[in-house]
Design a binder for this molecule. Sequence first.
Ligand code: NAD
Length: 357
Amino acid sequence: MKEFEYNVLASRVIFGSGSVKKLPAEMERLHVSRPLLLSTPGKSNFTNQLSDIIQAASIPMAGTFPHAKAHTPTSVTEEATAFLDSVAADCVVSIGGGSVIGLGKAVSIRTGVPHISIPTTYSGSEMTPILGETHNGNKTTRSDPKILPAVVIYDADFTMTLPPAICSTSGINAIAHAIEALYAKNANPITSMLALEGIKALAEALPQIVHNPGSKAPREEALYGAWLCGTVLGSSSMGLHHKLCHVLGGSFALSHAETHTIVLPHALSYNAPAIPEQMAKLASVFPGSNGDALHGLELLLQELRVPRALKDLGMEEGDVDKATEIATGNQYPNPRPLEKEWIHELLRRAWAGETAK
Ligand code: NAD
């Protein structure tokens, strides 16, 4: 076995259907008693449920801030922080997807108040010490262990309303974290084990969600898989796939999870010749792969009927050149060195919606 280093990130996880009822007890553990609830707009069904639970435990609510936006604009964070001060809140509770988790992280790191997160998508952000923020259209990313939420409550009941189409792209986004963790520069047996378990859970659960959206068991399995994939995202360096998606999201404003879904087979196919061992392990967790991970992934994408072409997300053909320039502007750790001509071809195929080669 190769030498390795493994850093365990300190996070507390409460998992299970109905576990949101433990929110008051978790607040007591953290010695906080005036929560500010954060959500994206239109999610009062989530915040009202939390508010009922909190008030039933005789805890005074500080307030609700339902204005989280994608890519964590600093203007929204400043508004939320000012509101937190004005209502004397002593903790934030984020409920929703990666957008609101980003706001919870941004408010918590600025003010020092603890952050309890209740994820309702599979973005995995709740398990990472990473915060991406936008200011005047520029995105910056930083990492700090203090950014990690103090407690994460995974309650699949809150994921039942997530439309199957979003489950699918959000789930493939999670699988992408785990795939890149398998060949990361700092990969180790622990993160690889978590990554494979996470991919297996999602690859089994997502088609069941699509075929039977009202069934809770696959929703729970998918959330479990997303947790593991988020965990490895938080402790592994990411390669070509994440770099490409960062460029496409940042420079062309393409939607996050759909971009990941479209790019993944192409990025994996590019790296495949350099990672034969990882490809064999990956094949073992994709149902129907017949020993070929790319085939297994392709079957899954087809079954989920997810978007396959960047052009359908609004990207112009001419942007392929620009994206290639940005993505290959500097070398970064990736199993296969970045070859501009092939990265261009990869992006062109992803843009056109052709199958990976
Ligand atoms: P999102 O949070 O924007 O949610 C997408 C939409 O789904 C929103 O309209 C939201 O209100 C809705 N939604 C969420 N949960 C729902 C539910 N259960 N039922 C019905 N609707 C629901 O999208 P996302 O994909 O979860 O997160 C993407 C963001 O997270 C991006 O900004 C990305 O950069 C960030 N992210 C950050 C990290 C990190 O480690 N920092 C990791 C992954 C993603």
